[in-house]
Design a protein around this ligand. Structure first.
Ligand code: UFG
Length: 344
């Protein structure tokens, strides 16, 4: 029988790609999402890719009675991957209470229910944001966690601490914290991808919308950083590669490959790429120009961060394989698809 995996936030960007990989790997994902930042159409996209329509329950993870009813109904949930969270850094500064409630109450609810119902494995979506401005790059999992620069970042740090404390105290399930670097791109079929609400805050959707003519110009936030070309450096990881790491993490816990109650892994490519380099690569692989101008620095931006991914390579047997060029091409093809569907 297929193992049931609850995927909270399963209609979101990383969640939807992970549901596809779970189905490909023979799991039975059950999607839970409140659709606050995604659409139920994503389920159609997943079905087109895999030929199987995943179960979807519209539910807010802050709603404990509804969540408990789902655990009861399903009976034997082997693992939970918890993506559901609010993720806009700027909004979190304006609405901190919303962020603490959305991102932490839901976590507590899920952790309680996993304990109560005997779930075996828990995968939590964390972020390289916990490293702040690292002292050394590539940054390893043992690097110190720096004070968060936003309530959003703080919710990720607090969530990690909650999960760690619960593991130390002894819970019935194992946990893996996945610290993502910058997830980009879309599924190569263009049936699923990123669907930002309103004006995008992240680089790639802003860039592809500019390339399409929806936005006039991309602002490059600063060219006076201490980096080779002066623009900020990040580790851009293909979303399908990233999704596959979740399956590896789940497998590790469900197959009892480790006795450790809690493990942490960086998920990136191990390579740092500057904003200007990225624009260049995009223009090369797509043949489309991206009008851009240099503007002042964005408050709160990290100068440079990229991940050491040796631990994930060795312990999870996972490695990012997609090139930056192919990943940017997939983001562009997704943007073209959105236009074709009249969504952009
Ligand atoms: N950038 C621009 N112009 C834009 C948007 C972004 O130059 O219009 C630059 C930023 O200055 C940064 C890079 O592109 O150097 C990437 O910016 P993003 O906003 O795409 O991503 P961030 O690295 O700032 O943040 C992302 C996620 C956060 C997460 C963080 C972890 O959005 O949720 O990575 O570092 F916390």
């Amino acid at each position: 029988m297929k193992k049931k995996i609850l995927v909270t936030g399963g209609t979101g960007f990383i969640g939807s790609h992970t549901v596809v990989e779970l189905q490909n790997a023979g799991f039975e994902p059950i999607i839970v999402d409140n659709l606050s930042n995604s659409s139920a159409d994503v389920i159609d996209g997943i079905e087109k890719i895999t030929g199987v329509r995943p179960k979807f329950v519209e539910l807010d993870c802050n709603d404990m009675p509804a969540l408990r009813a789902l655990f009861l109904e399903e009976g034997n949930i082997a693992g939970v991957i918890h993506f559901a969270a609010s993720k806009a850094v700027g909004e979190s500064v304006e609405k901190p209470m919303l962020y603490y409630r959305n991102n932490l109450v839901s976590l507590l609810n899920i952790m309680d229910l996993m304990n109560e119902f005997g779930t075996k494995g828990f995968v939590f979506s964390s972020s390289c944001t916990v490293y702040g401005e690292p002292d050394v790059n590539p940054v390893t999992e043992s690097a110190p966690v720096k004070p968060a620069l936003s309530p959003y970042g703080n919710t990720k740090q607090i969530a990690e601490e909650i999960i760690r404390d619960a593991s130390v105290a002894g819970v019935g399930y194992k946990s893996i914290l996945l610290r993502y670097f910058n997830p980009i791109g879309a599924h190569p079929t263009t049936f699923i991808g990123e669907l930002p609400n309103g004006v995008p805050q992240n680089l790639i959707p802003y860039l592809t919308q500019t390339a399409m003519g929806i936005r006039k110009e991309l602002s490059v936030f600063g060219d006076d950083y201490n980096t080779p070309d002066g623009s900020c450096i990040r580790d851009y990881i293909n979303v399908v590669d990233l999704a596959k790491a979740h399956v590896k993490a789940l497998d590790r816990m469900l197959k009892d490959e480790s006795d450790v109650a809690l493990e942490v892994f960086n998920l990136g490519t191990g390579r740092g790429v500057s904003v200007l380099e990225l624009i260049n690569t995009f223009e090369q692989v797509t043949g489309v120009k991206v009008p851009h101008k240099i503007v002042g620095r964005r408050a709160g931006d990290i100068e440079k961060v990229w991940g050491s991914v040796e631990k994930a390579n060795e312990v999870l047997g996972w490695k990012a394989v997609e090139t930056l060029g192919d990943t940017l091409k997939s983001a562009w093809e997704w943007q073209l698809k959105l236009r074709e569907k009249g969504l952009m």
